[in-house]
Design a protein around this ligand. Sequence first.
Ligand code: SF4
Length: 431
Amino acid sequence: MAMRRSGMGALIGRRVKVLITTERMTQSGPGLAAVIESARDGRALSEVDAQALAGAGVSDLPELCAAAAESRDKVKGRKVTFSPKVFIPLTRLCRDFCGYCTFRQDPTQAANLFMTPEEILGVARAGQDLGCTEALFTLGERPEQRYPEAKAWLVDRGYDSTLGYLADMCRLVVEETSMTPHANPGTMSRREMAALRPFNPSMGLMLESTSPRLYGPGGPHESAPSKRPRVRLRTLEIAGELEVPFTTGILVGIGETRLESIDALLAIRGLHQRFGHVQEVIIQNFLAKPDTMMAGVAAPSSDEFRWTVASARLILGADMNLQVPPNLNAGDYQVYLDAGINDWGGVSPLTIDYVNPEAPWPGLRELRDRSAEMGFELKPRLPVYPEFLGFGADHLSTGLRQTLSSLIDDDGYVTGGIGRYAGTRNGNHPG
Ligand code: SF4
């Protein structure tokens, strides 16, 4: 990675600059006002209408955001959700190399190749004590395919793959705690996802982008076979076939064009129209990290990111749950409520965001207050959204179904609401 860093950063930097000058600052395209107007009622846009959104200029943003917020209000109302979670980085080893990633480690860097069952239960129980309900398993992609020591670690314990070990650890958390796993392990085959399904009421995989340019020479995904759009779209399709409530999303600012973002959102929408399984779409902004190939690339501007968020709402429709991570937008995350979102994603009072360790979660008191200032009530949810609790529920283990029932109120949100966290020992909590 280090050898190619400067060349890669320079190439992507040039690409981003070209995009800004040729596409992102365009004036209103023909028909844009009509497209925005027709989206206000919450109906999803046609493909052609969606593409017209790429022509929006800065002066169109207020109208675009207002239409997105109006669409959201029609179905979601004025509540915004979050999932109280702990982050369990099962392994940071990964067979891939992405140009922006500081999560991955090789065996010489990693303190442990994999978290042990005892470590996993320790984190899950500590989160349970703080009122958390989600055990987020995020991990590198199939490290046993690159590192013999990873393969040996797994074989010594009776597993033939990282995903086999993950399934067993999800089962352990379900059996030993009242936490609900949400596996986010990268691409999955049908067999692998089916093995995870009884112990995961929902799972996730970021689509990130459908642009073929990003895995071409010099692109951020050149050395990451699992980031080929075809492979990731197939995982999303398998989730639909297996009736798994699924979280996905796009990454904004890694060299994609506006039209490519729209293409990715349309691909997600198309899969959801086929299977009805996409419970949530994350709009995640790229942040440059030191010592990565993209260290010198500018993050998307707040205006550009608001364009993406509002466009996503208008393309995906009023029913979709739309999330922006608040810790990646610490200065102004509340403005995205005015661009149509209705969720803040997982927020942890215990563990850091291992993917973005430089970006601390907001405290729940702050999250509650900033949401309230914008006119929104903050509500905790499970990793599976209330309207998806019944989707594929027959595939869940009996124990997990009992846990889910014990955690929710009549509306499917976490029992006790935000008041559940009042007076906890962690200063992050509203008291
Ligand atoms: S982003 Fe994921 S797939 Fe890419 S290098 Fe990091 S851990 Fe591996």
